[in-house]
Design a protein around this ligand. Structure first.
Ligand SMILES: *[C@@H]1O[C@H](CO)[C@@H](O)[C@H](O)[C@H]1NC(C)=O
Ligand SMILES: *[C@@H]1O[C@H](CO)[C@@H](O)[C@H](O)[C@H]1NC(C)=O
Length: 189
């Protein structure tokens, strides 16, 4: 008798769980919906980033720093605002395909780690008007580093991906740098 009761309790629980699962999927709300899709687009981009701190018209300027920044080997606490050009080749006079706008700041106390908060916007061909946003630590002294892409607009709506950056040239005196980027982005059709 006891075991029969247990079995009916079990059957009742199973039925309740099934009902609950059905109720979840067949209970639409007016304000949201879910659509399953697996149609993915992978975009690969290759360009060069020109960060110019020197000269009359720098593309990166220091906008803030802490009182301790000048005593820090990594300039910890300094913050730069940038509007850097993106070109097809490492030569600054090669074709401009977009810009990188935003900020980077020194976020590492013991080694150089720049916190990159930048939107990369494009002005060429079908990519004109599209952008992706990058948010990552950039260990800029490493020859190659990987950074996360967390979103985008236009052709890069719902972007997720990563950028591989490799310093092409850097001037230790001025801080000017040219950096090659290989970017992989996944979006949906
Ligand atoms: C830190 O150094 C910069 C560049 O040499 C200088 O412009 C700035 O005044 C210094 N800041 C402080 C707080 O000493
Ligand atoms: C990007 O990829 C190309 C071709 O695979 C390679 O030659 C180049 O070194 C890469 N650049 C970076 C910045 O990784």
């Amino acid at each position: 008798m006891a075991s029969l009761n247990l079995i009916s309790v079990f059957i009742f629980l199973l039925a309740a769980m099934t009902w609950a699962a059905q109720a979840q999927t067949s209970d639409p709300v007016t304000w949201a919906k879910r659509v399953e899709t697996r149609t993915e687009v992978i975009s690969t981009l290759q360009f060069y980033f020109h960060d110019r701190l020197s000269g009359q018209n720098p593309s990166a300027i220091r906008i803030a720093q802490s009182s301790k920044t000048n005593n820090s080997a990594t300039l910890f606490g300094s913050l730069m605002m940038v509007d850097d050009q993106l070109t097809v080749g490492p030569d600054p006079s090669s074709k401009v395909v977009g810009w990188a706008r935003g900020m980077y700041g020194s976020a590492g106390q013991t080694d150089l780690g720049l916190i990159m908060v930048l939107t990369y916007g494009f002005t060429d061909g079908i990519y004109d008007g599209s952008s992706f946003s990058l948010l990552s630590i950039n260990p800029a002294m490493n020859p190659v580093r990987e950074m996360a892409i967390v979103g985008g607009t236009g052709l890069f709506r719902l972007a997720r991906g990563y950028a591989i950056a490799r310093t092409y040239s850097a001037d230790a005196t001025t801080g000017d740098a040219i950096v090659g980027y290989n970017v992989t982005i996944a979006t949906y059709v």
